[in-house]
Design a binder for this molecule. Structure first.
Ligand code: PLP
Length: 327
């Protein structure tokens, strides 16, 4: 993507910047969203008209208290892979911006991303891919490179700074120039730790092709979870990008089991749940030791599926449900 860019430390802020620029560029206020894009007013406004709007994208039951009522009807959600929903939004509202994650729990249906791109182009809508989480996990850059669909703007963070605060907002020159027609600025944008960390991280990622390593490791972890589940007669659903894999045990007690896994694995020195953000330090030896430690915990879960009371095993309350894509 040839064009302009800006950096700031925080992803939620970068998302607010991107929406401001995209609204300025399209000259239209209404935004269609699919995914999680931070905590700011522009995004939470989706719940003003219907408290369930963000349930499938972030968390159920989010109160938009403190978000001005005047923002009602400015942001509309559509479900991933539901092109008809996006088409309806565009037909019924004057949508100027589409902001979405390229892939969530599951990959895109055949032609979905291409159709979103086509709709955006046909209607003069600015298409933003929020790759804060997906970036550098499967390609050297965005997931959109894998699918061959170009957005008008894209956001990168997380892996790009390897833990340091940095997010990049990039876009086509003609769209990014709209930033000159509004006011966006912050004292800390000249802070150098985040950008320095990102430059070094980019070097190391490129040198080591880390996205290939973490993808292969993530697939191995999935295999490991699947083998353990089979061994203990449990049914699991797998989800996420390979490098951001997760599983859900098919049971009404899934959340209690997730809590049990964390409790038992902490006792063995692992901070673990039902998902993993793979890094290049997850070596085969560490992975083998992890799966060995997890084996008896799956055994305990199988006992519970066969009648043992899981709450009797828990030393604390059952964990709250996490973000919509991490349960
Ligand atoms: C895709 C995406 N966008 C935005 C955010 C918000 O990031 P932050 O919490 O750093 O503001 C997140 C955080 O998980 C995210 O996954």
């Amino acid at each position: 993507m040839g064009g302009h860019g800006a950096v700031c430390p925080i992803r939620g802020e970068a998302n607010a910047i991107a929406v401001r620029i995209a609204r300025a560029a399209s000259g239209r206020d209404k935004v269609a969203i699919c995914g999680y894009h931070g905590w700011h007013d522009w995004y939470l406004a989706a719940n003003l008209s219907d408290g369930k709007n963000l349930a499938g994208h972030l968390l159920p039951g989010l109160e938009p208290n403190g978000v001005p009522q005047e923002l009602r009807g400015s942001v509309f959600p559509f479900q991933y892979n539901a092109l008809d929903q996006l088409e309806r939004l565009i037909a019924e509202h004057d949508i100027g911006v589409i902001k979405m994650e390229v892939s969530r729990n599951r990959g895109p249906a055949e032609g979905f991303l291409e159709s979103v791109r086509k709709l955006a182009t046909e209607h003069g809508i600015v298409l933003i891919f929020d790759e804060c989480t997906s970036g550098f996990r499967q390609t050297f850059g965005g997931l959109h490179k894998l699918y061959g669909v170009e957005p008008d703007m894209a956001l990168f963070g997380k892996a790009m700074g390897n833990g340091y605060g940095i997010t990049a907002v990039i876009g086509r020159r003609e769209i990014m120039e709209a930033a000159q027609t509004t006011f966006i600025s912050s004292t800390f944008w000249t802070e150098r730790i985040g950008p320095t960390a990102a430059l070094k991280t980019l070097d190391v990622m490129e040198r080591e092709a880390s996205w290939d390593t973490i993808t292969a490791t993530g697939l191995k972890i999935r295999e490991g979870w699947t083998e353990l589940a089979t061994r203990h007669g449990l049914q699991i659903d797998l989800w996420g990008l390979p490098a951001l894999s997760g599983f859900t045990i098919q049971s009404k007690n899934a959340l209690a089991y997730k809590t049990l896994i964390t409790q038992e694995m902490l006792g063995k020195g692992y901070l673990a749940g039902n998902s993993v953000y793979v890094s290049t330090e997850h070596t085969p030896a560490r992975l083998a030791a992890f799966l060995e430690a997890l084996d008896p915990v799956f055994g305990l879960i199988a006992e519970c599926e066969n009648g043992r009371d899981v709450t009797g095993l828990l030393k604390g309350p059952i964990a709250h449900a996490g973000f919509a894509r991490l349960n």
